[in-house]
Design a protein around this ligand. Structure first.
Ligand code: C5P
Length: 294
């Protein structure tokens, strides 16, 4: 009997968008999450197109990188080169016929190339703030409510992103969503005294090394060692390992947001995430689960 799951689906109200390969397993995870409660829970989420929307009003939204890549405040030459990199490597990122091992060297080349372009363009802190304010980087509907609710219940949230930390933080500030329970692990730009980007903090985080080896704060999971349960939220296979640093993992509910190339990528997400939300631009499912646990 899938009691809690039925309740969650009823409250979520969007059953058509929710694909679950093994309802019995998900029911068992939900039972444990509910019985252990908020003191055992942590949340680990990807940022771009997981916490943020993929589209709105029929138009694509921006990722952290996309904000700069599309901004009229950046020089034309930067935008052209960034676009060329995106067109070359985004297909590789999503290619369901390539293995992760085959993709990784390409992703590293993409990231290094993008970071170098930002350094060459001498992008400044101030420009970043301006670009974020006018960008199409938007959080999913109800995402701020969920972050606020988790904060009220003292549940730590780790935003683990292969985007750009400085930009992501600006978006959280803009949305008044940078609650004290939020910690960010991402690629951070380092600036000189004139506020220009001169390098990026190591280690490089790309979409396929989001695991405990990419943590610049190795104590993060140690500090949360009594929180064995987690919601792990992502939009890519590379997000599945974000909880690999959890001590003695208990109930982990992996929720995948399927945004792009839906038909080609459905099998891959369906076979790897516990729950797949198909083209759902809200955080409603996470909201219902959070309220059921806390
Ligand atoms: O996994 P995560 O969502 O954190 O990864 C960041 C995303 O940013 C990737 O999915 C990738 O498509 C996107 N990206 C980009 N431009 C870059 C590098 C990454 O749009 N230069």
């Amino acid at each position: 009997m899938a009691d809690i799951l039925q309740k969650v689906l009823q409250e979520y109200g969007n059953k058509d968008k929710c694909k679950i390969r093994d309802p019995t397993k998900v029911e068992a995870i939900l039972q444990k999450l509910a019985s252990d409660g908020p003191s055992k829970l942590q949340v680990i989420t990807d940022f771009d197109f997981t916490l943020s929307r993929f589209h709105k009003d029929g138009k694509r939204c921006d990722s952290c990188h996309g904000i700069l890549d599309h901004s009229p405040l950046m020089p034309d030459s930067f935008r052209e080169k960034a676009k060329a990199l995106y067109e070359k490597y985004y297909h590789i990122e999503l290619d369901h016929k390539m293995t992760v091992e085959e993709k990784i060297p390409h992703m590293i080349t993409w990231y290094k190339g993008s970071h170098n372009l930002l350094i060459e363009a001498q992008v400044t802190k101030q420009k970043i703030q301006e670009m974020v304010l006018t960008s199409r980087a938007l959080l999913r509907d109800s995402a701020v409510n969920v972050l606020s609710y988790l904060n009220d219940h003292h549940v730590p949230v780790l935003i683990f992103s292969a985007g750009v930390g400085n930009i992501l933080e600006e978006i959280l500030h803009r949305e008044k969503a940078f609650f004290p329970n939020v910690e960010v692990i991402s690629n951070y730009m380092l600036f000189n005294e004139d506020g220009e980007c001169t390098s990026f903090r190591e280690p490089l985080i790309h979409m396929f090394n989001k695991n405990e080896t990419a943590l610049d704060n190795p104590d993060y999971f140690q500090d949360l060692k009594n929180r064995h349960n987690a919601l792990v939220l992502g939009d890519s296979i590379g997000d599945l390992d974000m909880g690999s640093g959890i001590h003695n993992p208990g109930a982990l509910l992996r929720i995948g947001f399927l945004n792009d190339k839906i038909d080609e990528r459905m099998d891959s997400l369906y076979n790897n995430f516990d729950v797949v939300l198909v083209d759902d631009q809200t955080f409603d499912f996470v909201n219902v689960v959070s309220r059921m646990v806390c």
